[in-house]
Design a protein around this ligand. Structure first.
Ligand code: IMP
Ligand code: MG
Length: 189
């Protein structure tokens, strides 16, 4: 069955929450802060596919220090807008992080269920340290408390898309972060 949607992803956006310029300025600041803290260390940026991809790509280019990348993929919501709390590792790291300094680069911290699982999983591999960098933080919905070492923006309790964030795998390519029109996920005309 074909689902009819707007011709352009941007047509489904009710409101731009964070525009491209604001994202770029914040990413520059985060890149500088992490670089200052990890100069001379064996840094591995661990990112969670796929939502953090644009953020990671922009962040690492604001970091003029040696670093390596690795990736995890975890089970997601499917087509729902709520986390199930039932997290599974779909793709594990390619290389050992034992004795190395890890910064997890994530798009959004919502209930915290995904990241608490991921951070425990990473700690079991005996890295020297694990810290968290998240572009967005939605504290209103937190279930599992998590320490954020580098935070981009605190956002209200709204479902957002763009700059890597999806709804049913769409809208990741929007260059800004916006709030989806509610009728899009309610399936109304
Ligand atoms: P948590 O386990 O509830 O913290 O969910 C974290 C994951 O849910 C993120 O990595 C996103 O993939 C997804 N997520 C949470 N909130 C949003 C949102 O507002 N828009 C899009 N994806 C979201
Ligand atoms: Mg994600």
């Amino acid at each position: 069955m074909t689902v009819l949607r707007a011709a352009t992803p941007a047509d489904d956006i009710a409101e731009v929450l964070i525009d491209e310029q604001a994202i770029a300025a914040k990413v520059r600041g985060l890149g500088a802060a992490i670089s200052d803290d990890y100069r001379g260390k064996d840094l591995v940026l661990v990112s969670i596919l796929k939502g953090a991809l644009p953020f990671l790509a922009d962040l690492m280019r604001q970091m003029p220090i040696p670093l390596a990348l690795d990736f995890l993929e975890v089970s997601s919501y499917g087509e729902a807008t709520e986390s199930s709390g039932n997290v599974r590792i779909l793709k594990d790291l390619a290389k050992s992080i034992e004795g190395r300094d890890v910064v997890v680069v994530e798009d959004i911290l919502d209930t915290g269920q995904t990241l608490s699982y991921v951070i425990e999983h990473l700690r079991s591999k005996q890295p020297a340290s694990v810290r968290l960098c998240t572009l967005l933080d939605k504290p209103a919905r937190r279930i599992v408390p998590i320490r954020i070492d580098y935070r981009g923006f605190e956002i209200p309790d709204k479902f957002v898309v763009g700059y890597g964030l999806d709804y049913a795998e769409r809208y990741r390519n929007l260059p800004f972060i916006g709030v989806l029109k509610p009728e899009v996920y309610r399936g109304e005309p």
